[in-house]
Design a protein around this ligand. Sequence first.
Ligand code: ZN
Ligand code: ZN
Length: 359
Amino acid sequence: MPTEFAQRRRRLASQLAERRLEALLVCSAPNIRYLSGFTGSNALLVVTGDTAQLFTDPRYRLQARSESDCGVTVARGPLLVAAARWIRRHRLRRVGFDPAHLPYSLFEQLDKELPERTRLTPAPGLVEGLRLVKSAEELARIRRSVETNSRAFAATLSLIRPGLRECELAAELEYQARKLGAERPAFDTIVASGPRSAHPHARPTANCLERNHLLLIDMGAVQDGYTSDMTRTLYLGRPGQRVRDVYRAVLEAQEAAIGAVRPGATAEGVDRAARLCLRKAGLARAFVHSTGHGLGLEVHEKPRLGKGDSTRLEAGMALTIEPGVYFEEFGGIRIEDTVVVTPHGCEVLTPTPKELIVI
Ligand code: ZN
Ligand code: ZN
């Protein structure tokens, strides 16, 4: 019975054959993990039609052999030189690489190490394409990550009060997530209060939370290598009518986008559903980013739920749905869940309630 990694490499091999490539040089850590199981920080992988060789340094000798089912070369010098030597020894002529993951300086070095007969051919996005649809095991890991993330949020809610610093709150959220099983945050936790919530990617500051302010929290966990991503917007004090109205409009847009997620729908179609809703509420101009993104081993994966991405959704894709609107002075409101495309529609994985949280 081939391992899940061997099965993935077999799917990759048939794509290589279609492109008349004899091998793919894989340089990105998440792609290497996906194809080989190896989780270390320094590696290269060469996948051919019937074999795969992992290159790493002596720090990872034991880890590479226990995690990966590939052949392992422990190189004392640069990994690229070791990989080039292996490619030369196996007389490979057409070797693909992803230009997004191989800096030009390394490309030049590799080209120099390879014999004349070996042609390096750009082959962008092959592994990312395989990663689009998740296996049942991957979805189970995403589900666990989502649950940990939501439990960490719930465990922190009671601490939120005026006077708490944004950075203290971010630290507490990350601490709780780790205590509940997360390996690390999936990205720098966003805690933005008052007018700072108008910056969609605000960094937490030493500012104290204040009464009668919006509070935007965007957090994600990594558990068993897989990510989660959630945003909730809170209000400290008694929200006025405008806050309630804008919040309702964003929630309706988020529900509309979730309603549009099903196999066969396009990524940009889901975005359009959210945008249309906010346009009706007169808020379209304040929605300055796309409606969501794929997630898995990385927190931002394909597809992008935005204009220009015509990817057809398929059962097994994991996505975020996160419309938001931002106004200077007033602040920002965003609501984000992690969802999975099912055979007939979609399942929202995030269990955290979505009504405006008033503290
Ligand atoms: Zn997020
Ligand atoms: Zn997101």
